[in-house]
Design a protein around this ligand. Structure first.
Ligand code: HEC
Ligand code: CU
Length: 244
C-alpha cells in the first residue's frame, strides 16, 4: 500500500451485485458484476506497486486501464506497477478461468487526490483500532448474546433457520445436539474455518473475532441450549492468529 508500513490497512473487497440480478429476478444495474463494497483506494500521480498473490487457486489481476494483468498464484508474489494520472473509478476483473465463480470477481480501484487518500487511510486505521479495542476488552454474557443474536440473524439463519433447527439433512440443527453444545474448541473451529466440501463456509474473513465469539456464545445459550459457557473475542483472535 505504501513504503511506510505503519500505513498498513486490511480489507476485503467483495462483489456488490445482488444475486437477484444474476439470477434474472431483477433488472441488471449499471455496473453489473463490476462493482464491489470496498474499492482499492490509491493516490493519483504516484508510482503504485501492486503485490499480487492468491490463497486458493490461480486467479489473475487485470485492470485494463493500468495495462496490468498478472497471475495471482498461491505461494508466489507477482508485482506490477502503475501511475494513475486521472482521479476516477477504474474497473477490472479476474481474467483466469479460476473456477465456477470466475465471472463474479470484479476489481475496482478508486484513484483519488493525495489528501483524499490520506483521509481514507486514516478512516481505515480508525476502523481497525476500533476492532482492536472491541476484541481486546472482556465481554459480558449479555453483550455477547446481544451481538451474537444479530450476527446469527445476518450470517447464519438463512441455512440454520431462526429457531436454530436448520433444514436437516442439508443444514444441521444446532439445538440440543452436535457441536453447538459440544467441545467449545471444535465449535469455534467450524465457524472460523468452515467445513471444506460443504455449504458451511469459513467465516474468519467475513466476521471479526468479536462477532465470531458472540455468535458461538449465542448458539451455545439460545433455543434452550443453555450450555452456560462463553467465548471471549480475544480467544478467537488468538486462534486465528496462530493459524496465519
Ligand atoms: C450456506 C449455508 C450455511 C450458512 C450460511 C451457515 N452454515 Fe453452519 N453449517 C452448514 C452446513 C451444511 C453444515 C454441516 C457441515 C457438515 O458437517 O457437513 C453446517 C454446520 C455447522 C455447525 C456444526 C454442526 C454440527 O453439530 O456438526 C455449526 C456449529 C455451524 N454450522 C454454525 C454456523 C454459524 C455460527 C453460522 C453463521 C456465522 C453458520 N453456521 C452459517 C451450512 C451453513
Ligand atoms: Cu478468479
Amino acid at each position: 500500500m505504501s513504503d511506510d508500513p505503519t500505513q498498513e490497512v486490511k480489507f476485503i473487497s467483495s462483489l456488490l451485485t445482488p444475486p437477484d440480478e444474476y439470477y434474472n429476478r431483477s433488472p441488471k444495474g449499471e455496473h453489473y458484476l463490476e462493482e464491489v463494497d470496498e474499492a482499492v483506494v490509491i493516490p493519483v500521480g504516484k508510482k503504485i506497486r501492486f503485490l499480487i498473490t492468491a490463497n486458493d487457486v490461480i486467479h489473475s489481476w487485470w485492470v485494463p486501464d493500468f495495462a496490468v494483468k498478472k497471475d495471482a498464484i498461491p505461494g508466489f508474489v507477482h508485482e506490477a506497477w502503475a501511475v494513475v494520472e486521472e482521479p476516477g473509478i477504474y474497473r477490472g476483473k479476474c481474467t483466469e478461468l479460476c473456477g465456477k465463480d470466475h465471472g463474479f470477481m470484479p476489481i475496482v480501484v478508486k484513484a483519488v487526490e493525495q489528501a483524499e487518500y490520506e483521509t481514507w487511510l486514516a478512516m481505515k486505521q480508525q476502523e481497525a483500532l476500533q476492532v482492536y479495542e472491541t476484541v481486546g476488552k472482556t465481554w459480558s454474557m449479555a453483550e455477547l448474546m446481544e451481538t451474537g443474536e444479530q450476527v446469527y440473524a445476518q450470517a447464519c439463519q438463512s441455512c440454520h433457520q431462526p429457531n436454530g433447527q436448520g433444514i436437516p439433512p442439508a443444514f444441521p440443527s444446532l439445538v440440543g445436539q452436535g457441536l453447538a453444545i459440544g467441545p467449545i474448541d471444535a465449535h469455534i473451529d467450524i465457524v472460523v474455518n468452515g467445513k471444506p466440501g460443504s455449504a458451511m463456509q469459513a467465516f474468519a474473513a467475513q466476521l471479526n473475532p468479536a462477532e465470531i465469539a458472540a455468535v458461538v456464545t449465542y448458539e451455545r445459550n439460545a433455543w434452550g441450549n443453555n450450555v452456560g459457557d462463553l467465548v471471549q473475542p480475544r480467544a478467537v483472535n488468538a486462534l486465528i492468529s496462530s493459524e496465519e
